[in-house]
Design a protein around this ligand. Structure first.
Ligand SMILES: [Zn+2]
Length: 229
């Protein structure tokens, strides 16, 4: 099991940056929640802990303490930038080496692959979340809330999903996560048997018995919708 700690920046009384009618704390929570949901529904072998799942204040120390106590393999802190710029940048702690550098490069590149943001570069900074975490860590700054063009993008639910999916793609590469198999259903035709279908769909008769709650004789009937993979 790979343990990923996801940290939506700010929360509660700490709004983070604000501008163009939106607040950083809300956007970071939406992105982080999407990352968690995609990871847990689509991939095997991954566990997720979040520093917060609602709009509440959590101190920086409590966040890194939680990640360290849990023994996370990786810490991902999600933020939105401000100060009058545009685009995406990522941070790791200064003078860190592999795998922190490789992990960051993969996430940075994967986000920009999916998201229409200017690449502001791969940077380093002495941030609490990067310094006080015992595991490799990255902090991403996803657009500028006080730049109208970026804020307009951040107001789109599908854009936030793309940001999340970019982060997920990077995590998948970093930790070699495997997709959950997708279920396949087959309508039973005359002549089909559980055995013949298991051969056709490369599953096993035991799996098919379990998926479809079959009896001891593996009884199926024509027209039945059967999970075969
Ligand atoms: Zn922030």
């Amino acid at each position: 099991m790979v343990k990923i700690f996801i940290d939506p920046g700010h929360g509660g009384s700490d709004s983070g940056a604000t501008g163009n009618g939106i607040r950083e704390k809300n956007i970071t929570l939406q992105i982080a929640t999407r990352i968690k949901n995609i990871l847990l529904t689509e991939y095997n072998g991954v566990e997720v802990m979040m520093s917060r799942t609602t709009d509440e204040f959590v101190s920086l120390k409590d966040r890194t303490d939680a990640a360290n106590r849990w023994g996370a393999d990786y810490l991902l802190s999600v933020h939105i930038n401000a100060g009058g710029g545009t685009g995406f940048e990522s941070y790791i702690y200064p003078d860190t080496t592999a795998p922190t550098t490789t992990y960051r490069n993969n996430i940075h590149d994967a986000v920009l692959e999916l998201v229409d943001f200017r690449d502001r570069g791969k940077k380093t900074a002495n941030f609490h979340m990067l310094r006080e975490s015992n595991m490799p860590a990255v902090l991403t700054e996803n657009g500028f809330i006080d730049t109208a063009a970026d804020a307009d993008k951040l107001k789109s639910a599908s854009f936030l999903t793309s940001i999340a999916r970019g982060h997920v793609d990077g995590l998948v590469k970093n930790f070699n996560l495997k997709r959950k198999p997708t279920a396949v259903y087959h309508t039973v035709a005359p002549g089909d048997t559980v055995y013949s279908l298991s051969k056709t769909f490369k599953s096993t008769i035991n799996q098919m018995k379990k998926w479809n709650d079959l009896d001891k004789k593996y009884t199926i009937y024509v027209g039945q919708s059967l999970r075969v993979k």
